[in-house]
Design a protein around this ligand. Structure first.
Ligand code: UTP
Length: 300
């Protein structure tokens, strides 16, 4: 039996190599790339804390220092801002430190997302937990994680977040074969396929970087051999859970129709920065005006 049904812990894998962003990620995790003026990872930690998950475990890699430093105090800068009376910036940097209780564990070799999640086993123990990918941002105005936590409590299984994508883009994602459940705000996932060819894709529903998992996933991951790309895939473990009956079995999907920004991909990253900056009170008006002129010039 699981210890508690209430999800209290968030696991944030941030140990990937970020090869799509080289050379920027040569000495720094891609999760530290700024989205306007805040690293992507801070948006993700803020989302976890807003959903009531103040216990955060970050899975880090060889570049862990920048991540740890970001969520730590920085007395010299704080003193400087205090002396200057710059309370706005002082509050902004202190906010990152005051977010919650952040723990770190190293992945060692980045052997895949499933392997990264397995590193959380000791910290998480025998209770359901959330996984938030450190390069996937969900707009704070749109609700997702709290709905997933609720669905996990109601079903007792594991929950993935799904988005509808154009069919010709499905090969970039994990894809769900699912059944609609009458009267429910979630679907039953029968089968998951990692990055299928368009003709093999069972739907246009793609798995994105939010999960609420039953702890049974740990034992399954321990027995999951390396799959695609010779990495231990979380999708493969979920596939096993999807077909399992009884305690910890079953995978469910919440279809998300809100705003999401994938900062691990260059084009999506640029769109995220422009979109969020356009919406900011301090930057938006000037940026929108400039963008209008810029795009008009491009069209000439
Ligand atoms: P990606 O699939 O985007 O891989 O990981 P990546 O290595 O980070 O980036 P590219 O494809 O080489 O550019 C999705 C998430 O899982 C984490 C990443 O940090 C990212 O948040 N991850 C991936 C790990 O923590 N460990 C791994 O071994 C792989």
């Amino acid at each position: 039996m699981t210890d508690v049904s209430r999800v209290r812990k968030a696991v944030i894998p941030a140990a990937g190599l970020g090869t799509r962003f080289l050379p920027a990620t040569k000495a720094m995790p891609k999760e530290m790339l700024p989205v306007v003026d805040m690293p992507a990872i801070q948006y993700v930690v803020q989302e976890a804390v807003s959903a009531g998950l103040a216990d955060v475990l970050m899975i880090t890699g060889r570049n862990k220092r920048a991540l740890e430093d970001h969520f730590d105090r920085v007395p010299t800068v704080e003193k400087l801002l205090e002396d200057k009376g710059d309370t706005e910036r002082l509050e902004a940097i202190q906010h990152a430190t005051d977010l919650g209780e952040i723990h770190y564990v190293r992945q060692g070799d980045p052997k895949g997302l499933g392997h990264a999640v397995l590193r959380a086993k000791t910290h998480v123990g025998n209770e359901p937990f959330a996984v938030l990918l450190g390069d996937d941002l969900i707009d704070e105005r749109d609700e997702l994680l709290t709905i997933m936590i609720d669905v996990q409590a109601r079903t007792g299984g594991s929950v993935v977040a799904l988005i509808e994508v154009p069919m010709d883009k499905i090969s970039a994602y994990g894809c769900a074969d699912m059944t609609v459940i009458d009267g429910q705000d979630y679907v039953r996932v029968n089968h998951l396929v990692e990055k299928p060819a368009v003709e093999d894709a069972p739907s246009n529903l793609a798995v994105i970087g939010r999960y609420v998992l039953h702890p049974a996933v740990f034992e399954v991951l321990e027995n999951t051999p390396p799959g695609r790309g010779n990495e231990i895939q979380l999708t493969d473990a979920l596939q096993t859970l999807a077909t399992r009956e009884g305690e910890g079995g079953g995978v469910y999907g919440v279809v998300f129709r809100g705003r999401r920004y994938d900062t691990g991909d260059k084009l999506s990253y640029l769109k995220a920065v422009v979109t969020l900056a356009c919406e900011r009170e301090d930057l938006g008006p000037d940026l929108r005006e400039w963008l209008g002129e810029f795009t008009a010039d491009l069209a000439k």
